[in-house]
Design a protein around this ligand. Structure first.
Ligand code: PHE
Length: 349
């Protein structure tokens, strides 16, 4: 074969490739590739024939052959891509039957869930949500709540003081209970008032299964004409039954808090052993669980907020939210609520 014949042959191959690739239905890209570019394909054989052509012409022909090859390869890969698109994801290597990438769903923290449930209960009873700061002044945390300066009742709550002074020149502190929100709510509004608040409190206490230097409380306050202990008992009992089921009972024991008179601790019948018989580790065999402090608002507290105690009376209560969360979700160690262990958190939805 001489150089002219070789060139003619190359152009014949190019033409026939062009016709075949335009007439796609006749052959698929793989068959075309094999026919023209394969080891024994038409172009490959022609390139092999170059060896019979004199060296001085061979170089130029080789370049022609290689550019024809590159052009064919480019058109074939275009065709393959188009075929892939037309045939859909399966042909392009995407397997739609494979499971998707996991998209884990988050959830609310058990304490948040508990606070929301408590809030729902009190909203239903006509209470409005109220708020107050975590860094408090001495007046709202103690004095207006009838804890005079140096009164021993201040020792009931070991306090974290902050390196800052309030308007009266006293040390600011991390609130030791949610009761200052009672004062802040009464300062803002005339009676009648029916508010609750949930939030964080701080006490200088060692951490163990049932204590922490920070925890959460719910506070409730109702002041109106003629509010009595009977209203407090009904409200607390109704709320507990709403949360833990109609089977639970409540009872009041006398207790002391400077800002209520009379004051009480409220117990709920044990939701685990339901009797008190036996060795229930939750109620320690007593049949009762201590759930909150409560009482009728002390006249000194009403006076501090410019409510006339001769005209108005009210009740207040306060409870630890961790206790509710532990009972609702069967959590035995309070520390589990702060450790962010997903094995615990994922069980509570
Ligand atoms: N503030 C009290 C405490 O933290 C609880 C309480 C609130 C008691 C309201 C009576 C009335 O111990």
């Amino acid at each position: 074969m001489n150089a002219t014949e070789w060139k003619e042959k190359l152009s014949a191959i190019r033409d026939s490739f062009s016709v075949s690739i335009t007439n796609r239905s006749a052959e698929n890209p793989e068959a075309l590739e094999l026919r023209f570019l394969g080891r024994k394909g038409e172009l490959a054989l022609l390139l092999r024939d170059l060896k019979d052509i004199p060296l001085e012409e061979r170089k130029a022909l080789g370049a022609l052959g290689n550019s024809a090859k590159a052009e064919m390869e480019a058109r074939l890969s275009e065709l393959k891509a188009a075929a892939g698109r037309a045939a859909g994801p399966a042909a392009s290597g995407i397997d739609l039957t494979l499971p998707g990438l996991p998209c884990p769903k988050g959830s609310l923290h058990p304490l948040t869930i508990t606070m929301n449930r408590l809030a729902e209960g009190f909203l239903k009873l006509g209470f409005t949500m109220s708020d107050g700061p975590l860094v408090e002044d001495d007046y709202h945390n103690f004095e207006a709540l009838n804890f005079p300066p140096f009164h021993p009742a201040r020792d009931m709550q070991d306090t974290f003081y902050v390196d800052a002074k309030d308007a009266a020149g006293k040390d600011m502190l991390l609130r030791t209970h949610t009761s200052p929100v009672q004062i802040r709510s009464m300062e803002k509004q005339e009676p009648p008032i029916r508010v609750f608040h949930t939030g964080r409190v701080f006490r200088s206490e060692a951490v163990d299964a049932s204590h922490s230097f920070t925890f959460h409380q719910i506070e409730g306050l109702y002041v109106d004409k003629g509010v009595s202990m009977a209203d407090l008992k009904w409200t607390v009992d109704t709320f507990m039954k709403d949360l833990f089921g109609t089977g639970v009972k409540t009872r009041f024991n006398p207790s002391y808090f400077p800002f209520v008179e009379p004051g009480a601790e409220v117990d709920m019948s044990c939701i685990f052993c339901k009797s008190g018989a036996g060795r229930c580790h939750v109620c320690k065999g007593t049949g009762w669980l201590e759930m909150m402090g409560a009482g009728l608002v002390h006249p000194n507290v009403l006076k501090a907020c410019r409510y006339d105690p001769a005209k108005w009376s009210g009740f207040a209560f306060g409870a630890g939210i961790e206790r509710f969360a532990m009972l609702l979700f069967g959590i035995h160690d309070m520390r589990m609520l702060y450790e962010n262990d997903l094995r615990v958190l994922k069980q509570v939805q």
